[in-house]
Design a binder for this molecule. Structure first.
Ligand code: ATP
Ligand code: MN
Length: 293
């Protein structure tokens, strides 16, 4: 089969089924990302990026890639960043839909940006709480958790936004003016998570321990560190059924039932029918992380 040309990028093997038999093909994935690029790029562009690549589809082995490689395509940019061990390495990022599609050609399915931009990787401008319910926790408890985080952030002067993870949970995200270090951000977020646990220890946990998590919601504040990522809005997940991490309006979460409520075809319909972006205003919002909570 001939390659499919999407926005000038050649997508080879467009008929390959990447989510298992009968599921969306590589060509469908390329067409999906082209269709949602205008919604997805504001959150993604200009940030160091990890991608999940699945050369044999989601039923084969997938891998997380954070470093740049020449073969990725000419719109996939490199930025040299300090590594934990003191050395430097080239990280990848994209600025445009061509960069996104070149990554699709390299069998990328998921996009995971940093909470900082390539021009100043040591000063974040986004925070995230990843809400991870243990098996069996009801959706309405997940919703209540997201709303409680929203209220605590609002009490600190921060408006926040919510998306489905495409898996079990929700992510609460807040933008803020660049300035504070990762250390300051991390301790702010730890404080919020610990206050949540103090107020409702029978519902929440702030430690990553899987053993202690049974029946609880893990409020993951540890994503707020240099080099950590979270999946971006509109990204597919490399999981059965082609779920999507979907930015939603706060009013929407109660009627969703699960963090995997949107899949590729629902997300495409949504992109076509949306009149306003669900995270409208996030790019222009001016707000600061409080120096004291
Ligand atoms: P779920 O609803 O299943 O929790 P999620 O995207 O929130 O979906 P998590 O396992 O909670 O998945 O991880 C949170 C974030 O941490 C991910 O979105 C991803 O960016 C990052 N992450 C997870 N696993 C890895 C990994 N192996 N390597 C690098 N980053 C990872
Ligand atoms: Mn999660």
């Amino acid at each position: 089969m001939d390659p499919l040309i999407v926005d000038g990028v050649a997508i080879t093997h467009p008929d390959r089924e990447v989510f298992g038999e009968g599921g969306p093909t590589k060509g469908d994935v390329a067409a999906y990302y082209e269709a949602v690029a205008s919604h997805m790029l504001p959150e993604l562009h200009g940030r160091p990026l990890s991608v999940v690549r699945c050369p044999r589809g989601t039923t084969g082995a997938c891998f997380f890639q954070k470093h740049h490689a020449d073969a990725l395509g000419k719109h996939v940019k490199a930025v040299k960043l300090k590594e934990k061990d003191g050395g430097t390495a080239e990280y990848l990022y994209v600025e445009d839909v061509e960069g996104v599609l070149e990554l699709i050609q390299m069998n990328t399915l998921e996009f995971h940006p940093w909470g900082a931009r390539v021009d100043d990787p040591d000063r974040p401008d986004r925070l995230i709480f990843d809400i991870d319910p243990a098996a069996g926790v009801e959706w309405k408890a997940v919703v209540a958790c997201a709303r409680a985080i929203r209220e605590r952030l609002a009490a600190s002067g921060l408006e926040s936004f919510v998306r489905t993870s495409g898996g079990k949970g929700l992510h609460v995200v807040a933008p803020f003016d660049r300035g504070p270090s990762w250390e300051v951000l991390k301790s702010f977020c730890e404080g919020v998570a610990r206050d949540m646990v103090d107020a409702a220890p029978t519902r929440y946990i702030a430690e990553a321990s899987k053993a202690k998590r049974e029946g609880l919601i893990f409020i993951d504040w540890l994503r707020n560190t240099r080099g950590a990522t979270s999946v971006t809005g509109w990204s597919l997940r490399a999981r059965a059924g082609a779920p999507v991490a979907m930015p939603v309006r706060w009013e929407e979460i109660a009627r969703l039932k699960t963090g995997a409520a949107f899949d590729l075809s629902k997300a495409l319909k949504r992109a076509r029918s949306l009149t306003a972006d669900p995270w409208d205003g996030i790019e222009t919002l001016k707000q600061s992380l409080p120096s004291k909570r």
